[in-house]
Structure formats: structure tokens, C-alpha cells
Design a protein around this ligand. Structure first.
Ligand code: ATP
Ligand code: MG
Length: 368
């Protein structure tokens, strides 16, 4: 196999995409897409994975496929450079998952910290845990390996998934011979972008927690979220009081998003975030000023995305064609990997008739 640089990432179509997706993954995807350094870039809309914890609500998944694609197109994912495809239409992924399930133990799956946290969050610990949800890291390994991806740009919560994928790849190649490409996670260098908290300050902005600023939110909604939901420092009561910037969600967002150019444009009293933070810590800088600046920074990021989305919304037929073409291409890519896997596992009985000869010789030998 020739060494190639191939990307696979994806999202669950469980809702519109939010600012956490943008800073944790989408922004990077667009940069990588435009870098010209990759042989192939694939984005998977993981509708099957979304069903593992939404089996009773397939309509939610169906409705959100269009939202997620619109979000991709509006942040600058370019279908002429990036293949956008839908997981459920790629049967090779199901077959690969079935084989990989034999290469991982239930004990190992139980140790995945992200899945553990998600089980708690979804109440599966009490209600019963769907086996499909429990094993979704294995299906994610199928997604990654089916595209021969070596680079997987994701947020920090996905690191355990990549670790699991690497273990499965190693085991597969050891048993069946060098067949699968070893993937590597690529997480943001900025630590605040790896896991953006929710507007409520909770550990992670997440569709399932309802603490999001969505890429498609209106300017009025964004303003309301910042002014109404973001708690700053409870000890910073008077403007003159010294304030804390650590664990202060307004500053965490600024850490993740703002640049020196934003200061020059909207808050020229400071050259950069460090100067602003110093003033806040010293006392004398009000939360209102900080929030107003954050709203400006958010708007500069979100308003072009919103405008681009509005254009695509007028052409849903074109959007359909983009994912239908992308999916057809992905069917070929993933089928080729499955064929290679079956050959390696020696279960490619129907690829040609060569096994007839093998069986005949085997039976002859047994007769002797
Ligand atoms: P769900 O609640 O349905 O799991 P989610 O909001 O966690 O949804 P996913 O579709 O699971 O979103 O994640 C898609 C990608 O976005 C992953 O690479 C994930 O690491 C990244 N991501 C999600 N939330 C954040 C966040 N708050 N900060 C940084 N990256 C994030
Ligand atoms: Mg998630």
C-alpha cells in the first residue's frame, strides 16, 4: 500500500452544529482542506452511530442530516475538495464493524472514559445500555479504517476512540497481515479549543446538554445566550472588585476565539487578551464590557457562516446532490477496503473460483 495522507472526520446528525464543533474540529477541517496537503478528505455524517442512542427517534436523525450538511457548507467545506457522505448508505462499514467486534473485549470497551461519561449522561446506567451504543467505538474504527485514514481531526473527547481504533488496527494487522492503515488523532493546539465548555460553564458544549451556541443561531439569540446564560466570576460583584479569569466562561471563550485583531477592532484599550485579563484580575473592568467584546468576537465569526447558510438554504436540491455524489464515491472507497479485509481474512470465497481448486485438493488429500 502506498503511503497516502487521508483524512476522515465526522459528526452525529443529532442536532445543528455548534461553536464547540467549530473550534474543536470544523475550523481545522477547512484549513486542512485548503492546505492542499491531503490526497483525500472525507467527512462522514454518522447517522448509524446517532441511532445507537436514538433508536426510538429516527426522525430526529433524518431531520438533522440536512442541518449538519448545511453547517459544513456554511463554514467553508468545499464539496469539490472534500467528500461528504452518509454512513448508513455504506454497507462496507457494517461488515467491517462485525469483524472488528471480535478483536475487542467487553472489558476493554467498558474502560472507555468518554463512553462511560456518556452512559451516565444518557441515564443508560439505570435504564439499560443498548449494545449498539456500548460498541460504537468499534463502528467508529470501521469508519476510520474504511477510508484508509491516517489523520483524524477531532476534539479531545474523541481521544479514547482513536486509542481504541489503533488497538484494533494493530490486532487486525498482527493476526491477518499488514492490511489496515494506522490512524492518528489530530487535536487543536489551543487547549481551550479542544473541549469548549457550554454557555452554562459545564465541561462540554454538547447538543445533548442543551448548552450550545449554534452556528446558525441569530445574532439576537447569541446575544441572549451570552448575556443571560454565562456566569462570570461570582466574587466579582462591583466593577472595582478584583476578578478571576480562570474558570470564567467568558474568558474561556475569548481564549478559544479572540485574536489581537479583534482587540484593534473592538476593544483598542488593550493590545491583547493578556492585557485585558490583567485589568480584570486587578479590578476595574466590568463584566458588561467583557461580554460586549465577546459578542463582537462571536459575531465576526458567526455572521459570515450565517450568510453562507442562507444561500444554501435556497438550493436544497444542490445540497442533496452533493451528499448523494459524495456517498456514491464513498461506497466505492469503502467497498475496496472491505474486499481487501476479506482477502486478508481469507473469507473472500466469491471473489473468484480459486477456492474450488483448494477444496478439491483438500478433499483429495483427505482421501489418501
Ligand atoms: P452528541 O451530544 O450527540 O454526542 P456532540 O455535541 O458531542 O453531540 P459529536 O457529533 O459527538 O457532537 O462530535 C463531533 C465532533 O465535534 C467530534 O470531533 C468532537 O470531538 C467535536 N466536539 C464536540 N463538542 C465539542 C466541544 N464542546 N469542544 C470541542 N470539540 C467538540
Ligand atoms: Mg459526542
Amino acid at each position: 500500500m502506498a503511503e497516502k495522507n487521508i483524512i476522515l472526520t465526522g459528526d452525529r446528525p443529532t442536532g445543528r452544529l455548534h461553536l464547540g464543533h467549530y473550534v474543536g474540529s470544523l475550523k481545522r477541517r477547512v484549513e486542512l482542506q485548503n492546505s492542499g496537503k491531503f490526497d483525500a478528505i472525507n467527512i462522514l455524517i454518522a447517522d448509524d452511530q446517532a441511532l445507537t442512542d436514538n433508536a426510538d427517534n429516527p426522525a430526529k436523525i433524518r431531520d438533522n442530516i440536512i442541518n449538519v450538511v448545511l453547517d459544513y457548507l456554511s463554514v467553508g467545506i468545499d464539496p469539490s475538495k472534500t467528500t461528504i457522505c452518509v454512513q448508513s448508505a455504506l454497507p462496507a462499514l457494517h461488515a467491517l464493524t462485525f469483524y472488528y467486534l471480535n478483536l475487542v473485549t467487553t472489558a476493554r470497551l467498558s474502560r472507555n472514559p468518554t463512553v462511560k461519561a456518556e452512559i451516565q449522561m444518557r441515564g443508560f446506567a439505570d435504564e439499560g445500555l443498548p449494545a449498539g451504543f456500548f460498541t460504537y467505538p468499534v463502528s467508529q474504527t470501521a469508519d476510520i479504517t474504511a477510508f484508509d485514514a491516517n489523520v483524524v481531526p477531532v476534539g479531545e473527547d474523541q481521544l479514547p476512540m482513536l486509542e481504541q481504533a489503533r488497538e484494533i488496527v494493530e490486532k487486525f494487522n498482527k493476526i491477518y497481515g499488514e492490511t489496515l492503515v494506522m490512524p492518528k488523532a489530530m487535536i487543536p493546539e489551543n487547549e481551550f479549543q479542544r473541549r469548549l465548555p457550554g454557555v452554562d460553564g459545564k465541561a462540554k458544549m454538547s447538543k445533548s446538554l442543551g448548552n450550545c451556541i449554534y452556528l446558525s443561531d441569530t445574532a439576537a439569540t447569541v446575544k441572549k445566550q451570552v448575556n443571560g446564560k454565562m456566569y462570570t466570576d461570582p466574587l466579582h460583584i462591583q466593577v472595582s472588585d478584583p476578578g478571576h479569569t480562570e474558570g470564567n466562561v467568558v474568558f474561556t471563550y475569548l481564549d478559544a476565539l479572540c485574536t489581537d485583531e479583534h482587540f484593534a477592532e473592538y476593544l483598542p484599550d488593550y493590545a491583547n487578551l493578556e492585557e485585558m485579563k490583567e485589568h480584570y484580575r486587578r479590578g476595574g473592568l466590568g463584566d458588561g464590557t467583557c461580554k460586549k467584546f465577546l459578542i463582537n468576537v462571536l459575531e465576526e465569526t458567526l455572521s459570515p457562516i450565517r450568510a453562507e447558510r442562507a444561500k444554501w438554504v435556497q438550493n436544497i436540491g444542490d445540497v442533496y446532490d452533493i451528499i448523494s455524489t459524495g456517498t456514491a464515491k464513498a461506497v466505492e472507497t469503502t467497498n475496496a477496503t472491505l474486499a481487501r479485509v476479506r482477502r486478508a481474512m481469507k473469507i473472500n470465497y466469491f471473489e473468484d473460483r480459486s477456492i474450488i481448486k483448494e477444496w478439491e485438493e483438500l478433499l483429495k488429500k483427505a482421501d489418501q
